[in-house]
Ligand binder design. Sequence first.
Ligand code: MLT
Length: 412
Amino acid sequence: MAKPNPSFSLLPGQYLFSETASRIRRHEASAPTRPVIRLGIGDVTCPLVPAVVRAMHAACDEMAADASFRGYGPDHGYPFLREAIAEHDYRARGVEVSADEVFVSDGAKSDTGCIGEIFAEDSRVAVCDPVYPVYVDSAVMAGRAGHLLPDGHWSGIVTLPCRADNGFVPLPPTEGPIPDLIFLCFPNNPTGAVIGREDLTTWVEYARRHGSVILYDAAYEAYTATPGIPRSIYEIPGARSCAIEFKSFSKTAGFTGVRCAYTVIPRELERDGVSLHALWSRRQATRFNGVSYITQRGAAAVYTPEGREQTGAIVRHYMENARIIREGLVDAGFAVYGGIDAPYVWIQTPDSTPSWTFFDRLLEVAGVAGTPGAGFGPAGEGYFRLTAFATRIDTEAAVERIRLAAETLRRP
Ligand code: MLT
């Protein structure tokens, strides 16, 4: 008899954003008069920029003609896109990455969720707490997480606490088991924190000393505004021999629905004499048929002068939303973090209100949806995440609603 994978039964509840969506739907069904303003899941609202649309239309025309029609693309992405990525996101910034180290994919979520497949089953995973839930849920599915402890941590996962007192940036553990795979995400989802060069160097040195591999999710890199903050882990000397980097067009170019991202694995990254580049190459060639030609042409257009200008304007637009949220909530009396180098604003719930309670209360009292911090891990309890990706009108209206409801929200 076929047996289901028992690891899946260890997962508590639904995926975080499925759970919040169900609750919002239930709320809307019971209170249909006022539409909910969604500042929950980080889904973009600005349309594709003209440079991208033009490139996709042209690619579509190519697909419509006998002479230029294309079927399956190259396993790891078309050379024009891999080359543009290596040139503009790395070499132009003085960082060494070659086109054949870039694997084009359909999303940083898929890649960070699947990268564990190229490592030994008993690899020990470390994650920040709070954390983008995909890393943890994928470790659970892969049987690497042990069991869920009463305090919300997993017995087999090393937790790196990110709190206000460490600026939401963890340092390597000094005791306990040494992790093999270390997930770091900066600019951070959910806290909006960024990591400085010195701290990132500490992590790279730690990984090199212990043979760990850092899985560096830089999906929000384009939102880094503070000068001197690393935009890629490969800016740190030695990172090429201990880090894999994930980036995405989702939040930079409005591709959450279009789907295109990439993962960089340097050639020299090996463990036990085995090339991790070769393993991921084998994995992708077997399990993935690539991103459509039309999409890859659209992604490549992001790197043209007009594409860069247009997507840059969108990033600035979202960061203005972040400013509106940040300042509005500070005015309303909340303790607020993030939102300066990242499109997420991380707020403390008043009087340590449990974050799911705050989620329900905010929906009810203000008609605004966010994401409860506890959904990102036990250290997220007492916090709440708002995204800057809504429209300007919705962002301003949400802040106004929260401001008007602030007294009620603060009441125990
Ligand atoms: C989020 O809201 O954390 C992101 O939108 C999730 C994602 O990118 O998968």
